[in-house]
Design a binder for this molecule. Structure first.
Ligand code: ADP
Ligand code: MG
Length: 666
């Protein structure tokens, strides 16, 4: 169903352009912008039921004169409100017009945050509501006021009503009690009740999971005849001899599994999962080494340029002395460099090509491609993985992921892959000690950091990505950097990397940190993946509550890489979620909890997708739903000629084709 946006009444040329700029090209795209959340105005609470920190809706009357106070440029409007249960102060900032609108006795429906102030509760800047029910809250669209955006959705829904063909067969819907698609879309945007919203979420989550798995199944590389690369135990031993360390038992086992796959007539399709620091790079190199020695080219794709360069540097150190020619291909190279790289790949001058998704761009032709490695797979769409393998004649595919994934989910995300697990860290690692650090202990922590630096160690300070609209709640990396550099850490050498810097500048900063020319590196999450500085022993994570557990675990993995005791400080108030981080270093335990809390959304590799909103992403982590959809896909696949199967396959194909461009890069 694709009605052009221009057909929607009330969307003029200017708006059309604004929407396009944000990737919204059709009515379908627009309607897939599901609410990020809902304001629940359906059941006002009694004032006496409220706790500090609640975001609540209350039905009250103004119970005191409305007063206005000016402090510098701030206008503060204050009064008290009451219902039958209690009365409570309420305060607004910089909304001077309120004074004229409010009077004693006026009835109000308020929605906002409850705060504890001076030992009592107060409502802080609540909105005055004029409607009831569940009200959608949309992610802010640049250049479109929220109210206008909501109206656009309303009109689009009306116009699209009934025209959205249901991608799921009616018979299948009936089996699982799934509501119809048009109903689901309407209810997800403007739910008439909690029940309607729940039905919509269930239906949309089911659809996502079903189609995702069906798509994977269709692209399944296993069972396909591929390039067989013969090798013996001798080759394996020879490789480990070239490494600067003896392999762990887990590394030995997994490389053996990989080489066995490569020997087989069937194309390898294997996922190697292992916690951060478990030594997966060496495994990739082992496979690339064997491929090269047997006359095949290998390609290794990383999700960021930083990581690609790092792999390339390691390859130069470890593989080139063995006579294996390695090269780098990334997007930021000059056209001339790229052309040379393309030629080297085409002629087989390189035996190992390392790079970013530039490796799969048009015009890159491989000579005798025998092995494809993708690192940190969840950052690539599944499609990218397959595009690279399509560059060869069914080459062996090795996927590496540092994101431990709960078993139920692995089954689904990687339904098309065999799985090896590197469940052992190289010796000499001491587990990272993790603490939750409240504001009151911040200064003490800086004292500790200075000591650590004096003892020769280095420190990461990681800040969440902050959208401009929410800059008040979390401090962006730049601000933290300025503060530290001129304040508590001014005796140290502090550097900054963030996503908007040019790749070359980032590179420069990281290499300074790597060489020990910086003591402290403030960054956004660009360092999340793969960066390796064994001398760094402290990681500070600002606004830790804003990160998912799995991501915190990933970040924490940047320290604890050397023999020193390492520390991870989570800047946040005590809370149960973060507490888990202080108790375990087991990535699988953390991943399970993370999925329970937030659903698997990001793991699916299309975190921007509207389908992740409306609470659907979280539902997708439901073990029962995962299992149900998995079983259903299996059943459909067994009967590919069944009309149900045909319909589902067609929908899955469309979905995958749409999601080709989804690479998350900071
Ligand atoms: P991963 O990619 O799994 O997060 P890396 O491959 O980056 O981990 O390895 C982390 C660090 O451990 C690197 O510095 C690497 O040289 C080192 N390393 C890997 N395997 C071993 C081993 N068997 N013994 C000692 N050090 C190892
Ligand atoms: Mg790695």
């Amino acid at each position: 169903m694709d009605i052009p946006l221009s057909d929607i009444k009330g969307i003029g040329q200017a708006r059309l352009k604004t929407l396009k700029a944000q990737g919204i090209d059709s009515v379908r795209d627009l309607l897939l912008c599901l609410p990020a959340d809902y304001k629940d105005l359906s059941q006002p609470k009694q004032l006496s039921e409220l706790f500090a920190g609640d975001v609540a809706c209350v039905k009250v009357r103004v119970d005191a004169p409305v007063r206005e106070q000016r402090v510098k440029r701030l206008v503060i409007t204050k009064t008290r409100v009451a219902d039958d249960s209690e009365s409570m102060p309420v305060i607004w900032y910089n909304q001077p017009w309120l004074k004229g609108q409010l009077f004693e006795g006026k009835e109000l429906l308020l929605y906002g945050r409850v705060e504890a102030k001076y030992g009592h509760l107060q409502l802080s800047s609540p909105t005055i509501e004029h409607e009831t029910g569940l009200i959608p809250i949309y992610r802010r669209m640049q250049g479109i006021p929220p109210k206008t955006f909501r109206q656009m959705i309303e009109i689009a829904l009306k116009q699209a009503e009934g025209q959205w063909p249901d991608e799921l067969p009616a018979s299948l819907r009936a089996r699982y009690g799934l509501c119809e698609r048009n109903f689901a879309m309407r209810a997800a945007h403007f739910p008439e009740s909690h029940e309607a919203l729940a039905a919509a979420r269930y239906r949309l989550a089911f659809e996502e999971l079903l189609l995702y798995q069906a798509g994977l199944w269709m692209m399944r590389g296993t069972g396909q005849k591929g390039v067989a690369i013969a090798s013996t135990k001798k080759d394996e031993d020879a490789f480990w001899k070239t490494m600067p360390f003896p392999p762990t038992a887990a590394q030995t086992r997994v490389l053996r599994e990989i080489l066995a796959d490569m020997r087989s007539e069937l194309a390898m399709a294997r996922l190697v999962q292992g916690d951060v620091g478990s030594g997966k790079t060496a495994l990739a190199f082992g496979a690339l080494y064997v491929a090269a020695k047997k006359g095949y080219m290998g390609a290794m794709m990383a999700p960021t340029e930083i990581l690609a360069r790092q792999h390339y540097e390691s390859a130069k150190q470890l593989l080139e002395p063995q006579g294996i020619r390695c090269g780098l291909l990334i997007g930021s190279m000059t056209p001339k460099q790229k052309k040379e790289a393309h030629l080297a790949i085409q002629n087989g001058d390189w035996q190992v090509a390392i790079g970013t998704h530039a490796l799969i761009s048009k015009g890159v032709e491989y000579k005798n491609l025998g092995l494809v490695v993708t690192d940190e797979q969840h950052r690539f769409g599944v499609k990218q993985r397959t595009t690279l393998s399509e560059k060869g004649d069914s080459p062996n595919v090795l996927v590496m992921s540092a994101t431990p994934i709960p078993r139920t989910l692995a089954l689904i995300l990687y339904g098309d892959l065999d799985v090896s697990i590197v469940d052992e860290l190289p010796p000499g690692r001491t587990p990272v000690k993790t603490r939750v650090v409240p504001e009151s202990k911040r200064d003490g922590m800086y004292g500790f950091i200075i000591q650590e630096v004096q003892a020769g160690r280095q420190v990461y300070v990681v800040c969440p990505l902050v959208e401009e609209s929410e800059a008040v709640e979390a401090r962006p990396a730049e601000a933290v950097y300025e503060d530290l550099r001129t304040g508590p850490l001014k005796s140290l050498r502090v550097g900054l990397v963030h996503g908007r810097m040019k790749s070359i500048e980032k590179e420069e900063m990281l290499s300074q940190f790597h060489q020990g020319d910086l003591d402290v590196l403030v960054s956004t999450t660009v360092i999340e993946v793969g960066v390796n500085v064994p001398n760094a022993s402290v990681m500070v994570i600002e606004n830790a509550e804003r990160f998912g557990l799995a991501q915190l675990h990933q970040l924490r993995g940047r320290v604890g890489r050397g023999a020193n005791v390492s520390w991870c400080f989570l800047m946040a108030n005590e809370n149960e979620k973060l507490d888990l981080m202080t108790k375990t270093n087991d990535g699988f335990v953390i991943a399970q909890k993370d999925m329970e809390l937030r659903g698997p959304g990001e793991l699916f590799g299309y975190r921007q997708s509207g389908a992740m909103a409306a609470g659907i992403g979280k539902l997708m982590g439901d073990t029962k739903l995962l299992q149900q959809t998995h079983d259903e896909v299996k059943r459909l696949m067994k009967h590919p000629d069944d009309p149900e199967s045909i319909q589902v396959m067609a929908a899955a194909k469309t979905l995958f084709d749409e999601r080709t461009q989804d690479i998350a890069m900071n």
